[in-house]
Ligand binder design. Structure first.
Ligand SMILES: Nc1ncnc2c1ncn2[C@@H]1O[C@H](COP(=O)(O)OP(=O)(O)O)[C@@H](O)[C@H]1O
Ligand SMILES: [Mg+2]
Length: 397
């Protein structure tokens, strides 16, 4: 395959290792400086210019987008996606994981353990937010910090409140997080490639520092990852839309607590600590997947009027409970089940013979009208509003 590594750091350990791994395996590989692209939307096909010239054909790109160029870098990646060039990490995945709040919001509906976190803007909401995450000491984080910069431990409420106010006055958004003391300055970095963890290490903070980042002097050691940590790391990467990711977890009293998911994980620390060929695993994975460029499924499936994607819930009382999918009547109503979610388990392409259970969630494609009465009722939290008169709405046929 012909692969481009999108990176501004041509000589960094990670870039060099990835390039060498690709060349060793007989691939054609170039390192292209992300900032030298120009996105061309002037013709009727999406295109890219590199250093002022039309870019040649690539089968795959491996984005290594630094935090300082997230907006431009992810736009370049998105353009490659539009050109059907395979990328293990989508533009969407990169931008959602980069913002710590956004990442936690996305992960929060998927049963992933995370330190209690709050986000507040008004000064009146800051103290209650600190209380909600369990009171002082609390960790305060800039939404887009990396390498431990912008992560502060506040020993008491007054200091925490002052830090939040100071940062907000400097136009910085911050989140407030429970301090997980039992992890004692240690955390786990799991490197996910595709559907598995290919390497994992424990990072231990230096001295009385609580941040274990290597850039803050943390030391690293290989670790045999317990199954629960492995499952959590893989699920986080999948949910974020990242096929190459570094998932950071604290060792909480009740299991893994995810702090963040990195879309351009550094390879130096983890390869040194584990003596594993992580770069090779990444390149092999990409070579294997290159014929499946990312599709925005929802976008593609909702272009037929009246059809769309919806998640249906099997109510406890529904007569669907105990029935195989083939006899559920869904097919007759023009509804196809794409995946079945049962607790934390996901069953892709469930067969006709698969028997439905109460509280199963079915991700379906089909006639919106047919699915409407099966969509779980929203929990009502909003104040009542007056109904529109029936003639106020004109519906399309
Ligand atoms: N809630 C927390 N409780 C205890 N330690 C934490 C907490 N959040 C972060 N840390 C420590 O600080 C380090 C940096 O935090 P992280 O959220 O990963 O930010 P960064 O993007 O800067 O690496 C972590 O690796 C961990 O050692
Ligand atoms: Mg981190």
């Amino acid at each position: 395959m012909k692969i481009a590594i999108l990176s501004r750091a041509r000589t960094s350990y990670s870039t060099q290792r990835l390039k060498a791994a690709a060349l060793d395996r007989g691939h054609d590989c170039k390192v292209l400086n992300t900032l030298r692209f120009a996105i061309d939307l002037s013709t009727n096909e999406p295109d890219l210019q590199f250093r002022g010239r039309p870019l040649s054909d690539y089968d795959a790109v491996l984005p290594r987008i630094g935090a300082s160029i997230t907006y431009f870098g992810s736009a370049v990646v998105r353009q490659f996606e539009q050109m059907d060039v395979y990328t293990p990490n989508t533009a969407n995945g990169i931008t959602s994981s980069r913002d710590k709040l956004r990442a936690i919001q996305i992960l929060s509906r998927h049963d992933i353990g995370m330190p209690a976190t709050a986000f507040a803007r008004d000064r009146k909401d800051v103290l209650p937010a600190i209380e909600r995450v369990g009171g002082a000491p609390v960790v305060i984080k800039l939404l887009e910090g990396t390498q431990g910069i912008g992560v502060i431990l506040a020993p008491d409420k007054k200091v925490a409140e002052a830090i939040v106010e100071t940062l907000q006055s400097a136009r910085q958004n911050v989140l407030i997080q429970q301090f997980v003391a039992e992890s004692r300055g240690r955390d786990i970095r799991a490197l996910v490639v595709g559907d598995r963890v290919v390497a994992a290490m424990r990072r231990v903070a230096a001295g009385d520092e609580f941040r274990s980042n290597v850039h803050r002097g943390g030391s690293v050691e290989a670790v045999d990852l317990p199954a629960e940590f492995e499952r959590t790391a893989v699920r986080c990467a999948q949910i974020m839309g990242l096929r190459v990711a570094g998932v950071d977890m604290l060792e909480g009293a009740d299991g893994p607590l995810v702090m963040e998911v990195n879309s351009s994980p550094g390879l130096e620390g983890i390869e040194r600590a584990t003596e594993l060929d992580v770069a090779g695993a990444i390149i092999d994975y990409i070579a294997n997947q290159v014929s499946f460029p990312e599709l925005d499924v929802r976008q593609r499936l909702t272009v037929s009027t009246g059809y769309g994607v919806a998640e249906l819930q099997v109510h406890e009382s529904a007569d669907l409970v105990g029935k195989p999918i083939g006899e559920s009547g869904l097919r007759d109503r023009d509804v196809t089940v794409l995946t079945l979610h049962r607790g934390t388990e996901v069953i892709p392409n469930p067969r006709d013979g698969r028997v439905l259970e109460a509280n199963d969630r079915l991700l379906c494609f089909g006639k919106l009208e047919a699915m409407r009465d099966m969509i779980p009722a929203r929990r009502k939290r909003r104040a009542k509003v007056r109904k529109l008169p029936p003639d106020a709405l004109t519906l399309d046929d």
